[in-house]
Design a protein around this ligand. Structure first.
Ligand code: ADP
Length: 647
């Protein structure tokens, strides 16, 4: 069966993607060459690595290279490599399918994005590099033979609906991609990629750092010359073939930084990360001493769409003695720094051992420590020197840093200094350090409040007293921030407290004592009323108590000091680990509404209407803090009954 020619259909997603790509107005079509060269280079890396344990994969001293040829008559551009190659099954798997999970999502996003710029950023993120050939070619043929295999495979497609696949005679291991180029259309930025000059330009621009030679076979017409080197008039012309290596090949991380341009670094970043955006920051680090290594790291400017997924592929390219050992070695950095891309090269690591053994190597532990510190220091530097840029970075990857602050005890101080929050003072993001420096002299704790958005938080009755005293409150919108606060517990000796939990503890000692005494007195007065109020709410509410927390609002919902906020609880419930905590309804004895309710109760007792009033009061408290109502149907019924009696 498998030796016959098969006509296969692309997966629906692949078809849609191709369709988008072929008809895209995306102007930067030349990047197809970068993608194909990048694939060839990866295939050579894989071969070199596999050959360590399978010496028959490669001939001794065989030159590994990428070759480009042009067939002018047929308008063909041919890209060859003698890398790892593919078996027939691998061809179907790798280029008949888009393997990445989330392709569907990618497509949805792509369809939504109108601008060409967005489109270009997206295609890169989904590992669809090979398909970009269809932006410049009407037909693409892949002829390949896997290392250690006898049989070759030929794959061909015009990119419309499907492809053909068949066995083929291929005399050497490796892959050849033949592009049947489209007609030149300068207006739509479709240049002539069969032109040597153009090919050189594109390779220089995007692929100069590739460590294998990229050899361009050039055919030139030469006129016949006489002994003195003069062109013979009416003489013959002959075709001369030249082969030129057009990239400089030196590993970019080994070159002196002053010799490499930003563009070159950026292209290298794109090659290793499969990101199509320039990185936000570059970190170069050479460690000398007990263990020597070199690293060139990048902080991306945009989080890939799958960054927060379980199976996000993280890790750095690890080179040992110039051989790429792993292109996603994720023991070189802690998991929370998984957004960092780059290369680490060391000659102090053993070459021929398993990945599992390497993971336990003490050198790796030392490198991990060094790199972690370096990355955290660089981020701190970005924050100090270019806050605007840092804020952008934080919007993309802040959640990862929060993970770190909550889990990595060793670098907790560094990580905490990198966290940002909005506050009641300003919507501009602030650090804990800056907040600390603005604290009121008598302020005992760092206060925060959590809610869905600035609007919601800002109008919460819980802030009334703090506002009155001019105390700044940190605003958080992400339950993970609260989780971090709960693990940190304090900063520079000051407790970090939620305004929605525990007792109100602002003001001087005398003030607090006076308030407490006041409340005690009122409690006797309110006892019977509060009991009656609690009766209809006892399923939802743990306790009703009087509060001095509020100024004008009648009631609020709070938790005990060590309770989780409802927001955090909800997140944990989604993961199946949460419990549901009953909250406390606090009422303000100074509020006219509460007074009226109590007076009414004193003269009429607990009638039916008190039940509705109690529920509406509780509902008000939940809603005013932007919280979800515990029982919205009962609340709605109470509101309806109240409206009936209102007219
Ligand atoms: P990506 O390179 O992002 O994985 P591509 O669509 O460019 O996505 O390639 C898909 C897969 O096809 C590659 O991951 C690789 O396994 C295989 N492939 C592509 N080109 C080659 C090649 N020249 N040699 C061997 N395998 C290749």
């Amino acid at each position: 069966m498998s030796n016959q020619k098969e006509n296969l259909q692309f997966q629906t997603e692949t078809r849609e993607l191709l369709n988008l790509m072929i008809h895209s107005i995306y102007s930067n079509k030349e990047i197809f060459l970068r993608e194909l060269i990048s694939n060839a280079s990866d295939a050579l890396d894989k071969l070199r690595f596999e050959a360590i344990t399978h010496d028959h994969y490669m001939e001794k001293d065989e030159a590994l290279e990428i070759r480009l040829e042009v067939n002018k008559e047929n308008r063909e551009l041919i890209i060859r490599d003698n890398g790892i190659g593919m078996s027939r099954a691998e061809v179907v798997e790798n280029i008949g399918t888009i393997a990445k999970s989330g392709t569907r999502e990618a497509l949805k996003k792509m369809k939504e994005s109108q601008s060409a710029g967005d489109f270009s950023q997206l295609i890169g993120q989904f590992g669809v590099g090979f398909y970009s050939s269809f932006m410049v070619a009407d037909k693409v043929t892949v002829i390949t033979r896997g290392a250690g295999e006898n049989q070759g495979t030929r794959w061909e497609s015009d990119g419309s609906g499907g492809y053909t696949i068949e066995d083929a005679e291929v005399d050497k291991r490796g892959t050849t991609v033949i592009l049947q180029l489209k007609t030149v259309d300068e207006e739509n930025e479709l240049h002539d990629y069969s032109d040597y000059f153009e090919i050189r330009r594109v390779i220089k621009k995007y692929s100069d750092f590739i460590t294998y030679p990229i050899v361009l076979k050039e055919e030139k017409e030469e006129q016949e010359r006489d002994k003195d080197g003069k062109i013979v008039e009416g003489g013959k012309t002959q075709i001369v073939v030249e082969e030129n290596t057009i990239n400089s090949m030196k590993p970019i991380w080994l070159r002196s930084q002053s010799d490499v341009t930003d563009d070159e670094y950026n292209e290298f970043y794109k090659h290793i990360s499969h990101d199509w955006n320039d990185p936000a920051k570059r970190i170069f680090y050479r460690a000398e001493g007990r263990i020597e290594y070199l690293s060139l790291l990048f902080i991306p400017s945009k989080a890939p769409f799958d960054f927060y997924y379980q199976n996000y592929e993280s890790g750095l390219h690890l080179y040992v003695k110039k051989v790429l050992i792993d292109e996603a070695f994720d023991d070189l950095l802690p998991k929370y720094l998984r957004f960092v891309k780059g290369v680490v090269e060391s000659s102090d690591l053993p070459l021929n051992i398993s990945r599992e053994m390497l993971q336990q190597d003490r050198h790796i532990t030392a490198i991990r420590k060094g790199l972690t510190r370096k990355v955290l220091d660089s981020l701190k530097e970005m924050l100090d020197k270019d806050k605007e840029k840092y804020v952008k970075f934080y919007e993309e990857f802040g959640s990862a840093l929060k993970e770190g602050a909550a889990s990595d005890f060793e670098y907790r101080t560094n990580l905490t200094s990198l966290l940002l929050y909005e506050s009641s003072d300003s919507a501009e993001k602030t650090t804990l350090k800056d907040y600390f420096s603005r604290m009121k002299p008598e302020q005992e704790a760092i206060y925060y409040t959590i809610g869905e958005s600035r609007d919601v938080v800002e109008n919460s009755p819980l802030l009334e007293r703090y506002k009155e005293k001019g105390i700044e409150i940190l605003y958080i919108y992400d339950p993970v921030d609260e989780y971090v606060f709960q693990t940190l517990m304090e900063y520079e000796g000051k407790k970090i407290k939620s305004v929605a939990k525990g007792d109100l503890d602002i003001g001087s000692k005398e003030e607090k004592e006076k308030i407490e005494k006041d409340l005690k007195e009122k409690e006797t007065d309110f006892k019977a009323f509060m009991d009656a109020l609690k009766e209809p709410l006892k399923e939802e509410i743990k306790e009703i108590r009087l509060t001095s927390r509020l100024v004008s609002a009648p009631a609020c919902i709070v938790g005990e000091e060590f309770d989780m906020s409802p927001q955090l609880e909800k997140v944990l419930q989604r993961t199946g680990t949460g419990i549901k905590t009953k909250r406390i309804l606090e009422i303000n004895p100074e509020s006219p509404v509460i007074r009226k309710m109590r007076d009414n109760f004193a003269s009429h007792g607990a009638g039916e209407s008190l039940k509705d009033h109690a529920r509406i009061l509780m509902g008000y408290a939940y809603l005013s803090e932007g919280l979800e109502l515990p029982n919205p149907t009962a609340f709605a019924a109470s509101v309806a009954r109240l409206m009936e009696t209102a007219f």
